[in-house]
Design a protein around this ligand. Sequence first.
Ligand code: NAD
Length: 316
Amino acid sequence: MATQSLTLQPSGHKMPLLGFGTWKVSKDTTANVVLKAIEAGYRLLDCACDYGNEVQVGQGIKMAIEKGIVTREELFITSKLWNTYHHKEHVPLAFARTLKDLGLDYIDLYLIHFPISLKYVPFEELYPPEWGNMEQDPVPIHETWAAMEDLVRSGKVRDIGVSNFPAILLMDVLSYAKIKPAVLHIEVHPYLNNSQLIKFAQSKGLQITGYSNFGPASYVELGSPTAQNAVPLFKEERLSKIAADHKKTVAQVILRWLVQNNVAVIPKSSDPVRVAQNADIFSFVLSEKEVEVIDGMNIPLRLNDPGAYANIPIYA
Ligand code: NAD
C-alpha cells in the first residue's frame, strides 16, 4: 500500500497521512483490532489517555512487532495529554503513565487534548478521569506548553502539538513556543471543513490531522441529537454520486478529499473490510470540480463541542 506522509517542521520527522483512530474501540477487542490495522498497512495509531485503552493498544503494537510485521521505528504513535494534567508538575506524570501503558520508550507526537484545564485527579482515584467532576482549574497554556517542550528535550517525545485549539490560541502558543507545535488536530469532515483554520495553521508551518472524518457517524452512537438530526454522510447524495463515479465508497471519497488537501486522516473501525477500505485512498484522485462540491457541503456542523456536553464553550 502506498503510504504518503507529511514532514513535521520542528523535528523533520515524517507523519503518515493515513492513521488509525482508537477512540471507543472496546478494551477487550483493542489489541486485536490494532494488530489487524497494522497488518492492513496502517502505520500511525492515534491514541489518548482519555480513550482508556492504551494498555491494549500497546499489546497490539507488541504483537505486531513480535510477528515481524513492523518495527517500532516504522510506526508513528500519537497520544494526548488529558485536561486534568495541565499543571507543569502533572504533565510529565501523565506522559510517563501513557508511555508505560503503551509499553514504549518514546512516542512520536504528544498533543494537548483540549485547551481546557480541569482539577487534577490522582491516578489511583480514577484513570482515565474523563471529564471528572468538571471542576475547572485554570492553568495558562504557556505553563503546560513549557512542560510539553521539556518532554521533547527528554528525548521521549519527537514532536508536540495541540488539539481542539482555535486560531487565537494557536497564535498565543506560537508567540512563546521555543519548540513550535508540529500538528493541529481538529474535527474535519464535509459538514465542518474548517478551511480557514486549516489554511491559517498550514501557513504557520503546522500540519493538520482531521478527526471524526465521517462526521455524524461517530456521534450518533453517543446519543448526540445534532448527529442524529443530520443526514448521514454515507447517505449524502452528492458524495454517493462522486463515489459511484470513481467506483469507490463514500468513506474513501471523504478520506481522499482530506488527504488531497494535505490533511492527515485517522478513521476508526473495528470491521476488517472497512479497515481495509479506509486504507485504500491513494489509488484515485478527485477532480477540482469534485473537491469544490465537497467543500460546498460545509454547514458548519460541529459534533465534538465541549460547550454542548461539558458546558465549557471553547468555540463560543
Ligand atoms: P470516525 O469519523 O472515524 O467514524 C467512526 C464511525 O464510522 C464508526 O461508527 C465506524 O463504524 C464508522 N465507519 C468507519 N469506517 C467506515 C466505512 N468505511 N463505512 C461505513 N462506516 C464506517 O470517528 P471518530 O472515531 O470520532 O474519529 C476518528 C479518530 O479520531 C478517533 O478514533 C480518535 O482517535 C480521534 N479523535 C480525536 C478527538 C480529539 O479531540 N482530538 C476527538 C474525536 C476523535
